[in-house]
Design a protein around this ligand. Structure first.
Ligand SMILES: [Zn+2]
Length: 166
C-alpha cells in the first residue's frame, strides 16, 4: 500500500532550508530552521541583514514585518514565497504560464524524480512512481507540460550550481 499525500503537507520536509531573496539586497540567502520547525532565521552573507520568524501553532502563517500580510505576498509572487518570512523564493522560473518553484536542491531532486517517473510509467516501464506518490498541483501533472517542467527544473539546478544571481 502506498499513501497519497497532499503536496502542501509534503512540502514540510523541505522547509528546514529554503532559498529566499534578501529583502535588503535582493540576493540569495538561506532561511534555516533553528529548532523543531518553530523558528527560522536568515543571515544574509552579502549585506549582513538578519531576521527571525516564528511559527505559532502548526498551521498558522506568521505575519511578515515589513509590509502587508503573508497572503498578499503569496498572491503577488504567484505562490512562490517561503512559508515563514513571505519572501520571494530564489528558485523560481516561469513555466507553462505558471511559476515553477522549489525551496532547495532536495526539493528539485524530488520534483525531477516525480516527473521523470511519471514519464517512464507512461512509456510502459516500471517506474517508482508509486513510491513517491504525491498530489502535485494539477498543471504539473499534465502530460504536455512534462518536457517544459524538466527543462525548468534544470534551469533552477543550474542556478544553484553556478550561484547565478539572476
Ligand atoms: Zn542581503
Amino acid at each position: 500500500m502506498f499513501r497519497f499525500r497532499d503536496y502542501e503537507t509534503y512540502l514540510e520536509q523541505f522547509e528546514p532550508n529554503i532559498w529566499v531573496l534578501c529583502p535588503r539586497c535582493d540576493r540569495p540567502v538561506l532561511s534555516r530552521c533553528l529548532d523543531e520547525k518553530l523558528t527560522w532565521r536568515i543571515a544574509c552573507p552579502h549585506c549582513s541583514y538578519t531576521q527571525t520568524a516564528s511559527r505559532v501553532g502548526k498551521h498558522r502563517k506568521p505575519m511578515p514585518w515589513w509590509k502587508g500580510t503573508w497572503w498578499q505576498q503569496y498572491r503577488k509572487y504567484n505562490g512562490a514565497v517561503d512559508p515563514l518570512f513571505g519572501l520571494p523564493l530564489w528558485l523560481q522560473v516561469p513555466c507553462c504560464g505558471e511559476v515553477l518553484w522549489a525551496y532547495n536542491e532536495a526539493h528539485l531532486d524530488f520534483l525531477e524524480m516525480y516527473i521523470s517517473a511519471t514519464i517512464r510509467e507512461r512509456q510502459g516501464g516500471k517506474g517508482n512512481h508509486h513510491g513517491i506518490a504525491v498530489r502535485l498541483p494539477r498543471w504539473m501533472k499534465l502530460a504536455q507540460h512534462r518536457t517544459s517542467l524538466l527543462k525548468g527544473i534544470q534551469k533552477l539546478r543550474n542556478k544553484v550550481n553556478t550561484g547565478s544571481l539572476s
